[in-house]
Design a protein around this ligand. Sequence first.
Ligand code: KMH
Ligand code: ZN
Length: 280
Amino acid sequence: MKPAVLTCALTGPLATKADNPALPTTPEEIAAAARDAHAAGAAVVHVHLRDADQRPTADLGIARRTVGLIEEACPALVQLSTGVGLGVSFEDRARLVETRPAMATLNVCSMTFGAGEFSNPPDDVRRLAYRMGELGVKPELELYDTGHLEVALALHAEGLLQEPLQFSLVMGVVGGMPARPATLVSLIDRMPAGSVWQVIGIARHNLPMTTIGLAMGGNARTGMEDTLMVRRGQPTTGNGELTARLAEVARALDRPPATVEQAVEMLQLDRVVSKTGQVA
Ligand code: KMH
Ligand code: ZN
C-alpha cells in the first residue's frame, strides 16, 4: 500500500498553555515539538508562530528563527501557516511566504471560525496565490466547507495554481463543514484526478476522521492545533504522542508513514517551479 504523508500541526493559533501546558509556543519549544513529531512519523510540520505572550504573530524575525531552529532539529518539511490567527491582517499573513518555506497554507474563503471571523478576501487570496507561484511555495489549500473546493477550482481555472492540487479537508470547525464521512466522500469525488489530499479532524473528530481518510487512501494530519486531548478527559502529553497514535493507525491500515524523501516525491515538491523559472 502507498505510504501516508503524516503532518503534525504543532501549535495552531487558538490554544494557550493554560489549555494544555504541553503546547509549544516559543521558537525553541516549537522546534523541539517538530523533532518529536518527526521522530514519531511526521514528514511535514505545519507551523504557526507565537510571540512572547503566546499570541499568534506573523513577525518575520520570529518566522525565520522558528523555521531555522526546526531545520536544525529535524529534516521534516516545513509548511508555514498563512492563516496565522484571526486577529492578524491578511497583508501581514501573506508576507510570511517571502521567507520561502517549502509549503504554506492558502485559505481560500472568509468564514465564521468558532467565535471569530476568518478574513480571506477574494482579491487578496488571488494575489497571495500568484505570489506563491512566483516564489515556488507550494500551496496547501485549506477547505473548511464544501463550497471552498469550488473557489479553489476557480483559482486553478484562472491559472493561479499548479497541479497536483494539494488539499486539506478540515472537518469540524464551528462555522465550517461537519465531520461526517458522507461530506468527506462528496469532496473526494469532486476533486480533480491526481489531487493530493489530507484530512484534518478537529477536537473529538481528530481520530475518527483521520482514520477514515487514511483508509480511503488520503494523507492525514494531527497535532495540538487540531486537538489538545488524546481521548475524552485525557489531555495529550504533546505532539509526539498524537503523531505516534496516527502513525500506529496508518501502519495498521498498511499505510506506513512516509519518510521526508517519500513525502517530497508524493507531494511532487521536487517539481514545484517558481514562475521566474527556477526550481524552488
Ligand atoms: N488561523 C486559523 C483561523 C492555517 O493554518 O492556514 C486557521 C488556520 C489555517 O490555522
Ligand atoms: Zn494552522
